[in-house]
Design a protein around this ligand. Structure first.
Ligand SMILES: [Zn+2]
Length: 268
């Protein structure tokens, strides 16, 4: 085996996108263009303001109870049996996915590179903000309204954002093997350019950019520690010989105030 090194440039850009929370209901199975059932995906009907549209919803994103009811069962003769659309809808009637939708037209969203006017941005700064989020729909919307696109779809699932956040937090602070055992670590498609370094990763998708920053940090052997403030836990890079325990002076200050208050209380 030979290891070859391919230099790459990495560019993250932001585009202006407005995001909103949407209500969605599962309606049945997603159908392929030829009309056959795609057993991995469901149809979710999303209502947002005055429009209703159908989007693809991954079956694996159902909560355990609904997933159990919808997943195909093996019948006695070994064939896969799926429940019909009406039964899927019935089984999932109480489930309302936490979903964010983008307001713009997204017909060419499948390209990793921006397809709208974009601004250069710092992917690491974006990641830092993402990792600090106590993710709920409102915080996710505020984050995306600032940074733009999430992934290749016209919607974002809160549960998927939470999973990536968790994986990045763990990945940065564990042996690299953990991160590289997951699909998250795989770099996206490269673009070719006429000048050096000839290959580039250019994207406006936060999901791709976050994954790429973790992959690149771990490849260059960066070492991360988690902030010692128990309600923070933010990973920060160990860059000097002086060991520090907190990600920001704020966290260190808060913990010292906490310790003082505790001693004063105990003293009183
Ligand atoms: Zn901290």
């Amino acid at each position: 085996m030979q290891i070859i090194v391919i230099p790459l440039s990495f560019e993250f850009k932001t585009t202006k996108v407005q995001w909103a929370k949407a209500h969605a209901h599962i309606k049945g199975w997603w159908k392929r263009p030829d009309g056959t059932v795609d057993g991995e995906n469901l149809v979710a009907e999303v209502s947002n303001a005055d429009t209703v549209k159908a989007i693809q919803f991954p079956l694996e994103r159902l909560p355990d109870k609904q997933w159990e009811q919808c997943v195909a069962k093996l019948s006695d003769d070994g064939t896969l049996e799926r429940i019909c659309d009406a039964d899927v809808e019935q089984a999932c009637s109480a489930f309302e996915p936490q979903l964010l939708v983008r307001s713009d037209r997204t017909y060419d969203i499948r390209y990793a590179a921006p397809t709208k006017p974009s601004q250069p941005a710092d992917a690491w700064e974006m990641r830092e903000e993402f990792l600090r989020l106590k993710l709920d729909c409102e915080k996710a919307i505020a984050f995306l309204n600032k940074w733009g696109s999430w992934d290749f779809r016209e919607y974002a699932l809160l549960s998927e954002m939470v999973d990536l956040q968790q994986a990045a937090l763990e990945g940065l602070t564990s042996p690299p093997e953990l991160w590289f055992s997951k699909d998250y670590s795989i770099p996206p498609a490269l673009y070719r350019r006429p000048q050096k370094p000839y290959f580039t990763i250019l994207t406006d998708k936060c999901e791709i950019a976050i994954r790429m920053t973790v992959t690149s940090d771990l490849l260059r052997g960066a070492e991360f520690k988690r902030c010692a403030r128990r309600d923070c836990g933010m990973p920060f890079e160990v860059t000097s010989k002086h060991s520090r325990d907190y990600c920001l002076p704020y966290c260190s200050h808060l913990e010292s105030v906490r310790r003082k208050r505790k001693t004063t209380k105990e003293g009183a």
